[in-house]
Design a protein. Structure first.
Length: 219
């Protein structure tokens, strides 16, 4: 079983040299706007992997290596903290927005940076209580990628966005950011889908242990 974390995905994008992402020096959203298990069903989730079969009657520790899984803790309120103290949250709305804070160290391979990065998150299916059981998430881009240099910042930023000289772009306000997320959804970008598998049950790895393995905490 391989674990996945949107924190790791976001970090890879932030540090991977792509400049076509909406960023901000200060967060657009606060913890009061966060949604957790009110919007997303708690339990085990898995990224779509054709041909990978999971025995749902077995404990999660026995699932195969092809299963890229993530746990939504039962008491999650929508906010996570990484071990370095940076904050990551899922906020409400349509689409929902995942906000990720990053602080690289002075000794990192890239110069020290502090910024916030954003993903759009859509609930494709919901349970009887209205909680998402199928999620798709994608990076919020500044605009359509350039054909000659896909990793470079766009030449056609979405309305309400301003391109930064050093790369990336900033939104005029939270409304412009959400609209950029909506427009980015329609682009042909890598947009993983996560599906709810089942509730956590005795015999599975404990929630606290799983969070520790991911290098995150919920409070």
């Amino acid at each position: 079983m391989r674990r996945i974390s949107m924190l790791a995905v976001a970090a890879a994008l932030f540090l991977g040299g792509c400049e076509n992402f909406v960023v901000s020096e200060k967060p657009w959203f606060s913890a009061e706007q966060a949604v957790g298990t009110r919007a997303v069903r708690p339990g085990w989730w898995m990224e779509d992997a054709p041909g990978c079969r999971v025995d749902l009657d077995a404990p999660n520790t026995a699932w195969p290596d092809c299963a890229k899984t993530v746990l939504a803790p039962s008491a999650w309120k929508g906010v996570l903290w990484a071990l370095d103290g940076t904050e990551h949250m899922l906020t409400g709305g349509d689409p929902m927005i995942a906000q990720y804070e990053f602080q690289t160290s002075e000794t990192a391979a890239v110069p020290s940076q502090h910024a916030y990065l954003y993903f759009g998150v859509a609930a494709l299916e919901r349970d009887a209580e209205g909680r998402a059981v199928v999620l798709r998430y994608w990076p919020t881009l500044c605009g359509p990628p350039r054909r000659d240099r896909p990793a470079a910042v766009t030449r056609r930023p979405w309305p309400g966005l301003s391109v930064k000289r050093e790369g990336g772009c900033v939104a005029r306000d939270a409304t412009a950011l959400r609209r950029a997320a909506e427009r980015s959804r329609a682009l042909d970008t890598d947009a993983p889908t996560l599906r709810w598998l089942r509730d956590w049950r005795p015999g599975d790895q404990g929630e606290a242990d799983w969070l520790a393995d991911q290098g995150i905490r919920t409070h």
